[in-house]
Design a protein around this ligand. Structure first.
Ligand code: DC
Length: 229
């Protein structure tokens, strides 16, 4: 194998990246890395320590003390900070409201990029591929990824899916229209930041899941992965 076999799946919030990425990873026996969860874990820590998420210098100073560990089994992904499982609190509204600020800090991006590359190297050493989902995976973290997918859907569809997902979680939902507003605000921030903004890589395959259900979207992405040498 020439370096890690990475499938990069980028796209805006609520496009179904996590479920689709996990499904595709399971189908190919690959590992799975949720990079959004890593940015959320840093944000959770910033809030837990009582720091101002807008204070880039304070956020950067926190990084050397953080050990973020991602469990990459697609059937049971986990995330912990310094040994503490934070899978549930990172999905809270407080973290969601601040994660765009924290993920725009260059030192945070640098640290996460290094950790994400290490995860792929680890998978490659074990002789397996990895599906990595995020915003800058095909453009910045793995510009030589074997396959790049840009997964999107109409904003109203994305908001409805995210609201349904939230309703099923311990955090609950604030309703479809509030979810759409917050989702669009986050997309705007994630797409316009100076460092590694969300954008489609020139060599990415565009998959629009507006009219596809989960199984159909997984099938569409798996087809591209299977067809790409
Ligand atoms: O996928 P998600 O909604 O859990 O991601 C949370 C936030 O993390 C999102 O608003 C943007 C940021 N993020 C990022 O900047 N780069 C990534 N590769 C993944 C997520």
């Amino acid at each position: 194998m020439n370096g890690p076999a990475v499938v990069a799946i980028d796209g805006p919030s609520g496009s179904g990246k996590s479920s689709v990425s996990r499904g595709v990873a399971e189908r190919f026996g690959y590992r799975y890395l949720d990079t959004g969860a890593m940015y959320r874990a840093v944000t959770w820590c910033v809030l837990d320590q009582g720091l101002d998420p807008g204070d880039a210098a304070a956020v950067a100073r926190l990084l050397p003390d953080l050990r973020i560990t991602s469990g990459t089994d697609p059937a049971h992904p986990t995330i912990s900070v310094n040994g503490q499982d934070v899978s549930v609190p990172i999905r809270g509204a407080d973290v969601t409201a601040c994660v765009s600020d924290v993920s725009a800090v260059p030192a945070v991006r640098e640290a996460m990029r290094a950790a994400q590359r290490a995860c792929a190297e680890d998978a490659a050493s074990a002789g397996t591929g990895i599906v990595v989902e995020g915003r800058d995976i095909g453009t910045d973290v793995f510009p030589d990824a074997r396959v790049k997918i840009y997964l999107t859907a109409d904003p109203a569809v994305r908001a409805a899916r995210r609201a349904a997902q939230d309703a099923d979680s311990v955090h609950g939902t604030s309703g479809a229209s509030a979810t759409e507003e917050s989702l669009l605000r986050r997309d705007e921030r994630d797409s316009t930041r100076a460092v590694s903004p969300l954008r489609m890589a020139e060599d990415a395959h565009l998959v629009d899941a507006t009219d596809l259900d989960l199984a159909e979207t997984i099938a569409a992405v798996a087809h591209i992965v299977g067809e790409t040498p």
